[in-house]
Ligand binder design. Structure first.
Ligand code: MRU
Length: 360
């Protein structure tokens, strides 16, 4: 199966006996595919952002669990389950913020524990569970797209939507969350244009969101991050749609660094600000956003653009990869079960979570 079939983009593909990943560090200059066969290589791919975006990280981690399970050499069920815990730990230390990683690992562990039969049976069921997580995410994104279309402002008919980072097909099993809403709006004739923040320091907006839009013929304008408020003031933006890495029970939302500033600017200009995310991104164990662990990445990411240093030696750097947007700045959280005001999340969705992000 190819990863780029007409308009469909799939960042993760199971091609027995390997996982294929689109190398997102090389886009848009090069469309390259990395073959991953070992747990260690999957952990590396997540850490180095070859695969990134909360739901895609979850799918990759699920396959990582299977690859790790495949490497366990025992026929003893209990020994296998203990070794599988170690596989889970390896994957859990890759990236701390996106809760989908922990959610997918917990689901894989729970499935293994609940499955009766030989170690070979358990391994097969783990592969099938990873495939199910992937297939479900694709359907979930399509449902988010439809739910988003229903809550977007009715006026004007053709909307100008701003997004930050990349919450597209590349960041999910396919289709996307925030870009899923964009795709649905485009297909329904309700989209005039996407404004994409470049998203320093990793440039996911510039490199990935514009690539997805160009690939599908969706009109897109790239702006630097510091232009978003100006564009709102000039009346160029009708609504903002972003993704999420982890949503606390009160609706506070962690997403790519810079999202909070966009939400503040949107509030100041009375522009609706939507978060689009699957229920698996909601962490009901956390009461509020201050409890969300925020990843800090290597200073190198801030100190250079491409290979070029952007400041003299002797400068110190701070590189938080995510920030938390308080719930009161969010108009609605769009999930596969519909759009909810942040205050309604717990009452409406808690029971649907089923397999939560907690380690079972
Ligand atoms: O560091 P990244 O590129 O993994 O961060 C991605 C984001 O912040 C996305 O907006 C989020 O994961 C949602 S992806 C559907």
């Amino acid at each position: 199966m190819t990863m780029l079939l007409s308009h469909q983009i799939y960042p993760v593909i199971w091609q027995d006996p390997h996982v294929l990943l689109v190398d997102q560090t090389r886009l848009p200059h090069e469309y390259a595919v990395v073959e991953v066969s070992r747990l260690e290589d999957m952990a590396h791919a997540i850490k180095t952002m070859i695969v990134r975006g909360a739901p895609a990280i979850g799918v990759a981690a699920a396959y990582g669990m299977y690859l790790g399970a495949r490497e366990i050499e025992t026929n003893d069920r209990e020994t296998f389950l203990v070794a599988l815990e170690a596989v889970a730990c390896t994957l859990e230390t890759t990236r701390p913020t996106a809760v989908n990683l922990f959610w997918a690992i917990a689901r894989m562990l729970k499935t293994a524990r609940q499955t009766l039969g030989s170690v070979d049976t358990l391994k097969q069921v783990l592969l099938e569970t990873a495939q199910a997580i992937q297939a479900e995410d694709l359907q979930t994104c399509q449902a988010i797209g439809a739910a988003g279309l229903a809550v977007l402002p009715k006026d004007p008919v053709q909307l100008r939507l701003l997004t930050h980072c990349n919450a597209g097909a590349l960041a999910t099993a396919g289709y996307g969350t925030a870009l899923g809403v964009v795709r649905s709006a485009w297909q329904a004739g309700r989209l005039a244009r996407v404004y994409a923040d470049e998203t320093r320091p990793r440039l996911q907006g510039a490199r990935l969101t514009t690539w997805e839009c160009v690939h599908e013929g969706i009109p897109v304008t790239l702006i630097t991050d510091n232009m978003a408020a100006h564009c709102m003031q000039k009346g160029l933006i009708d609504a903002v749609v972003v993704g999420a890495d982890r949503i606390a029970a009160n609706g506070d939302t962690a997403n790519k660094i810079g999202t909070y500033a966009v939400a503040l600017a949107a509030k100041a200009h009375n522009i609706p600000f939507f978060v689009a995310a699957p229920v698996s991104t909601i962490d009901f164990a956390l009461i509020e956003g201050s409890q969300i662990p925020i990843e800090e990445r290597d200073a190198e990411e801030v100190s250079r653009i491409g290979d070029l240093p952007i400041c003299p030696p002797g400068v110190e750097f701070y590189n938080p990869a995510f920030d938390v947007t308080p719930a009161q700045l969010i108009t609605a959280i769009i999930t596969e079960h519909g759009a909810f005001h942040p205050n309604e999340l717990k009452a409406q969705l808690h029971d649907l979570k089923g397999l939560g992000s907690e380690r079972a």
